[in-house]
Design a protein around this ligand. Structure first.
Ligand SMILES: [Zn+2]
Ligand SMILES: [Zn+2]
Length: 221
């Protein structure tokens, strides 16, 4: 009777039925393990880089629109698949709401693009210079202008980054009537630069998010 084939004794074969020596099999296993480790490390590095770029406000609304259009994805199912609610995805496309990190990852998974796809610094090809304009029927309007970057307030609300990295517009800051946050005590000046952010009638600490009433003024770019 043949001995039972166990994992340890299972013969392994190379090309054309030539049995691999134990040494050769071990070499192949080692190589495969190295490749898997490298791939995992690369994926982790990509994710770290993407996180840094997401936090810096580098997502591009027009690339979200293109990715969703490409798969015919629209309506509330997009919001649900990204772990949020209407009208979040529409507002992402309009650049007035910035996706959270988990929403961004879900969006990339949904549209089958790597995270880096949405963070590219290439600008879209202007419609006028694509062949698409020849498909436009008389009286049809060209498509809306692609939205290149998010509103600074949207970026700030999601990431606490106060300035758009593409157009360099900043959120409203306020003259800090308090030099220190009345909530957490964090200094509101960094040398000459005001750190305090704010909106209509309020100042807000960039560290704890605590608010107090104040006059607003736009940050010079
Ligand atoms: Zn911008
Ligand atoms: Zn504070």
């Amino acid at each position: 009777m043949e001995p039972a084939v166990t994992v340890e004794s299972r013969p392994r074969w190379g090309k054309a039925g030539v049995r691999l020596t134990e040494q050769e099999a071990a070499t192949i296993d080692f190589r495969n393990a190295c490749r898997a480790t490298e791939a995992a490390e690369r994926a982790e590095r990509d994710k770290d880089a993407a996180y840094g770029s997401w936090k810096a406000g580098r997502l591009r609304p027009y690339l979200i629109t293109y990715a969703l259009d490409r798969h015919g994805l629209y309506g509330p199912r997009v919001d649900v698949a990204c772990g949020t609610e209407e009208p979040a995805a529409d507002e992402w496309e309009a650049g007035v709401r910035y996706p959270t990190w988990p929403e961004f990852k879900a969006l990339a998974a949904l549209t089958l693009y790597p995270l880096g796809h949405f963070l590219r610094d290439a600008n879209p090809i202007p419609f006028e210079s694509t062949s698409m304009r020849f498909h436009l029927k008389p009286g049809m309007k060209p498509p809306p202008e692609p939205i290149l970057c998010f509103e600074p307030e949207a970026i700030w609300a999601a990431t606490r980054t106060p300035r758009c990295p593409w157009c360099c517009r900043g959120v409203q800051t306020v003259m800090p009537e308090c030099l220190f946050c009345p909530h957490c005590g964090a200094a509101q000046m960094d040398g000459e630069a005001v750190r305090t952010v704010g909106g209509e009638g309020f100042a807000q600490c960039p560290d704890c998010g605590g608010r107090w009433p104040a006059e607003t003024a736009a940050v010079p770019a």
